[in-house]
Write a protein that binds this ligand. Structure first.
Ligand code: ZN
Ligand code: ZN
Length: 496
């Protein structure tokens, strides 16, 4: 057996175990009975350990070493060796007993965070957060970095991205976004939403989500839709990409857009070329690129006038009580801008400010330039400065997100990158399909999906984000596309 064949068989072994793990996770977050959680955690722990051992075993190290020296590999095989090799070295750099101590501390930290959030008691969480930061700094040291330990953490979510590059994207965006929001809220005309203040039965909301996912081109023979507390999309393997969403009786649009968001993630995974399966390349290029797909379907499509031209009659079939509501009213109601305390509820204009705030704080925390004890106060200050609203307690402030409690530093920027990438990619789609808006207004969403399949989805992880963006748009990531999109759309909506 050639080294390449042995290598691929090894990756298949890992892939099949991960497939079982994904299914167990999906079940855990949807239908698992309460009393099943303890034993499920043990099964997941056991399987995860098996995956980890296969991912760092010496045999794999030997395959990689041999293949890295081989210059006759295909594009896909070379990319696979690059991606798997990078992960291998990162895993290998972590001493197993260190990792075990981290896993135990993390689990305690997550519990402490839940408790602290429920009681809004930051003090209770503080020592755990300090510990998570210490661990993250040590992780960065083990991984290695040139200038900034935060770079080593970013690499996990956005390969090839550095802190200074992020700052270079942040600054021009913030300097335009903050005054634009001030002007919008000060001088603009706020959309009306009163007609949506009623109750919408969940079963009909579900029907509406099924209709929109179908229209987007989501393949129900290769997936399904279920409900959960915190919506997510999960791929258990080739041919099985599952979407979850959340419905609220008195908020029709929130459930619809949650389904479109997760649907966007799912279309990406459903579009990855079958030949990449179990090669280490059968996932999105990065968290940021993945988020660009969900954000595009949710915001650039779902919150557009063309979309509502197509979708209003469908909505009226499911909810006859809204049959007389004009298209324009839905478009307006879907695009209310309001500085708010909670990131996950933020509109597309203010959203990035929530992320910038987190990015700046966590980068300083990792570099020891601020202390955890000062965090609640610094959070309030930053909220006041950027969004002009201040939380009354820590539960609606620094304690609102789960990420830090789980030691996930470097994750937040992917949400912002997703927004920036989506605007840049969408501008390119419109350049190449000038009549895109008319297609969308007719419900012909297949044109857009076909384009994304061809230019983004099928490549999986073959290219790093910057490479992929350049390949698609001819330019490196550039925040001006997002700012132009926001300014054009909202100046018109708010009649500035
Ligand atoms: Zn092996
Ligand atoms: Zn997402």
């Amino acid at each position: 057996m050639s080294t390449l064949t042995a290598y691929k068989e090894h990756l298949q072994e890992i892939g099949k175990l991960q497939s079982s793990l994904a299914l167990l996770h999906w079940d855990q977050r949807t239908y698992l009975p309460k009393k099943g959680h303890d034993s499920r955690a043990e099964v997941i722990g056991k399987l995860s350990k098996m995956v980890f051992e296969l991912a760092i075993c010496d045999e794999l190290g030997r395959y990689l070493k041999e293949l890295e020296g081989q210059d006759d590999l295909s594009l896909e095989d070379r990319a696979s060796v690059r991606v798997v090799g990078k992960a291998y070295r990162r895993h290998k750099a972590i001493p197993p007993d260190f990792y075990e101590r981290f896993a135990i501390a993390r689990s305690r930290s997550e519990t402490a965070w839940e408790h602290a959030k429920a009681t809004s008691g930051f003090k209770h969480f503080q020592p755990h957060l300090e510990e998570m930061i210490d661990f993250s700094r040590r992780f960065a040291d083990y991984y290695g970095y040139e200038k900034n330990p935060y770079d080593a953490l970013l690499e996990e979510y956005e390969p090839g991205m550095t802190t200074s590059e992020l700052n270079a994207l942040n600054e021009p965006l913030r300097s335009k976004l903050v005054p634009f929001i001030k002007r919008l809220l000060g001088k603009g005309k706020r959309p009306q939403t009163g007609f949506l203040k009623r109750t919408f039965p969940i079963d009909r909301q579900r029907e509406l989500s099924l209709r929109v996912l179908k229209a987007m081109g989501y393949d129900f023979a290769a997936g399904r839709l279920d409900t959960t507390v915190h919506p997510f999309t999960i791929t258990t393997g080739p041919g099985d990409v599952r979407v979850t969403t959340r419905f609220t009786e008195n908020d029709l649009l929130s459930g619809l857009f949650s389904s479109m968001h997760e649907g966007g993630h799912a279309l990406y995974d459903q579009g990855i070329a079958p030949k990449l399966r179990w090669s280490g390349l059968d996932e999105g290029a990065s968290y940021g690129i993945h988020e660009s797909q969900s954000r595009m379907w949710e915001n650039m499509v779902g919150r557009s006038l063309s979309f509502w031209t197509f979708f209003q009659p469908i909505l009226a079939e499911v909810f006859p009580e809204l049959a007389k509501t004009p298209i324009e009213a839905f478009y307006q109601a879907a695009n209310v801008v309001e500085p708010s305390l909670i990131r996950v509820e933020a509109d597309e204009v203010t959203y990035n400010l929530h992320i910038m705030l987190r990015f700046e704080l966590e980068e300083k925390l990792i570099n020891g330039r601020i202390s955890v004890a000062d965090l609640p106060h610094l959070w309030q200050e930053a909220m006041e400065r950027t969004l002009g609203v201040v939380p009354e307690d820590d539960a609606h402030g620094v304690l609102q997100d789960v990420h830090w409690s789980a030691g996930m530093f470097g994750y937040f920027p992917s949400y912002m990158l997703g927004n920036l990438y989506s605007a840049q990619i969408f501008a390119q789609v419109k350049k190449e399909i000038p009549e895109l808006n008319e297609h969308i207004a007719h419900g012909e969403l297949a044109n857009l999906l076909g384009w994304l399949r061809e230019k983004v989805h099928r490549f999986g992880k073959i290219y790093e984000p910057k490479e992929l963006m350049t390949l698609i748009t001819g330019e490196e990531p550039d925040p001006s596309y997002f700012m132009r999109y926001i300014t054009n759309k909202y100046s018109q909506l708010y009649q500035l």
